[in-house]
Design a protein around this ligand. Structure first.
Ligand code: HPA
Length: 272
């Protein structure tokens, strides 16, 4: 925190986590200072080459924001606690609202690649199995030992997010996000299972950050870019399909509109 405070006088009101392919978020903030993660003591070093990332603090639509461009994942071998370092730092800097974005696979048959889902609730499977960022001693100064996860995705902010996304020309969905640890994608049986227990989309991030944010009392907006549909049956052809490339390509097309939508969302949030 001292490094960030020394670099800028700006105190962020809104924290943003930019997910896979969405690093256009935070690329051109006004008065922005860029702090590569490897200059921030305690930030978990990325193990994915070329994905190091940076924290940017600046103004978006006149509102001071902090944007974490790139995040740590469980599948990199990080603990759930480590993956929440950025959110905890942005909260300590003053942010009281979190906008968290990710790339996700669609499980709901009505979804199409390119849709953006406003997250209504989540299924944090690794968290239910022990990989929860709050495991260990509780910091009572931040939040309670047993935080509620009712209304984890702030109900009042979801319609605002929907409006901003629709105004930017995006196809808006609403649904439940399931987190898996990854890095392997789901088998068709796993995809059917996730759908059966209520998931509309699946990804490999976000839930630990939301749990940490809610623990600290932050308001949360979660947005999933549906980059691909998850097969629930074995396809006829064997091999040959590069799902990671599809995820990145769809993210790139939607990202441009999403950047505009998030800027508008930040303005609306600052007024609410
Ligand atoms: N599964 C899990 N995570 C993902 C996917 C998927 O299909 N697409 C993007 N992130």
């Amino acid at each position: 925190m001292a490094v960030v405070r020394a670099a800028t006088e700006l105190r962020p009101e809104v924290a943003i986590v930019a997910g896979s392919g969405l690093s256009g978020l935070g690329a051109d903030l006004d008065d922005g200072v860029r702090l590569p993660y490897d200059t921030l003591p305690g930030w978990p070093a990325s193990t994915v080459l070329g994905h190091a990332g940076e924290l940017v603090v600046g103004r978006l639509g006149g509102v001071v924001v902090a944007v974490a461009r790139g995040r740590a994942h469980l599948y990199e071998g990080r603990t759930a606690y480590d993956t929440t370092f950025g959110v905890r730092l942005m909260h300590a800097l003053g942010a009281r609202t979190l906008i968290v974005t990710n790339a996700a696979g669609g499980l709901n048959a009505d979804f199409a690649p390119g849709d953006v889902m406003v997250i209504r609730d989540h299924l944090y499977l690794p968290g239910m199995a022990g990989l929860n960022p709050l495991v260990g001693p509780n910091d009572d100064a931040v939040g309670p030992r047993f935080p509620s996860m009712l209304h984890a995705y702030t109900p009042d902010l979801r319609p605002i997010a929907r409006r901003c996304l629709a105004d930017a020309g995006l196809a808006v969905r609403d649904g439940v996000y399931a987190m898996v640890a990854g890095p392997s994608f789901e088998t068709p049986s796993e995809a059917r299972y996730l759908h059966a227990i209520g998931a509309d989309a699946v990804g490999m991030s976000t839930c630990p950050e939301v749990v940490a944010a809610r623990h600290a009392g932050m308001r949360v907006v979660g947005l999933s870019v549906i980059t691909n549909l998850v097969p629930i049956q074995e396809p006829h052809e064997v091999g040959g399909h590069d799902l990671h490339a599809e995820v990145l390509e769809t993210g790139r097309v939607v990202a441009e509109r999403l950047v505009g939508a998030v800027a508008e969302l930040v303005r609306s949030i600052a007024r609410s």
